[in-house]
Design a binder for this molecule. Sequence first.
Ligand SMILES: Cc1ncc(COP(=O)(O)O)c(C=O)c1O
Length: 371
Amino acid sequence: MLPATERLLLGPGPSMISPRVMRAMSAPMLSHLDPQFVDIMDDMRARLARVFQAPEGSFAFAVSGTGTSAMETAIANLVQPGTRVLCIVSGYFGDRLAQMSQRYGGDVRRLDVEWGRACDPDAVKRALQDGGADVVTIVHAETSTGVLNPVKDIAAHAHAAGAVVVVDAVTSLGAMPLDVAGWDLDVVYSCSQKGLGAPSGVAPIVFAPRALEKRVPCRSFYFDVGLLEDYWVRRKYHHTMCASLIYALREALMVVEEEGLQQRWERHERHHKMLLAGLAEQNLSVLPPQGERLWTLNAVRVPAGVDEAVVRKRLLQTYNIEVGAGLGPLAGKIWRIGLMGTGSTPALVTLCLAALQHCVAGERAVTAGRM
Ligand SMILES: Cc1ncc(COP(=O)(O)O)c(C=O)c1O
């Protein structure tokens, strides 16, 4: 049976999708090389370059797949056996980048950072002085911990050491400040289903000129940027792109541009602060310290004696609200509340706070009864 009501998607993603973006997907199907479709692809690419704030000479496009496919495209085109890769690991997705770099034969060195804290750029500088690197990987918005990493400063250290930087912006693009040209980033990728507010299945990515120059022979056929450029720019068949997903992504980018990047970032910041204030009234706090917090993903500490899974289940069953669980070492210790794209509204923050208060109180009452 198909869902009858709209789930309130306040977890780590996917986020809620506006009716306008849903409607775009019902436009007639076009084939992947139809002249009308390639015009739509070009328009989508131009919008993507603007939303990424990509420098002149960049190649911005969307990989057919979820955020992980864009991650793999970045690594597959920059890492070959023997490439020295410094992977900054401050959570689950930083670790995934390290694993992927290893699979492509990279000589991987990890810079592990405590989960829940941002990476100190000086530590990156020291690591680069100690061992050097060809590629540095960093997650801008670490969804597993709710932490924002200082990618601009990290990129500056990477460049001083002669490395290129790969930035995971899966939980920041379209919702938090990100400036590929201004911050001099080399490869930045994201997803469609979080800050942009489209369904998952096509993953935005941009290769800035320095990264295009530093490409290595790509072992993957599907993720080869040269072949993908042949398709996106020179219209040579590579794979059968899903037109409906491109309609949706383009519509979502239109919504972003109509709202304005600055205004959109401010909206996300405002509702994040509203959530924090409401949490504080319930004596709840978030994991990362001030200054290191994402506006898109709030890692809320589970109070002592409360079963996080029971509360999450009640939120879903009673209020139709989805929030995320903690991953890895944070399993059972945090809830992950996402306020992204269409889902970052005052009404949803108010509802989420009230529902959380009710579900936590209910769980406390049950626990007290058991004692
Ligand atoms: C920071 C980060 N990177 C990568 C991914 C992988 O994206 P996907 O699940 O769309 O493949 C996610 C997914 O949540 C993420 O949060």
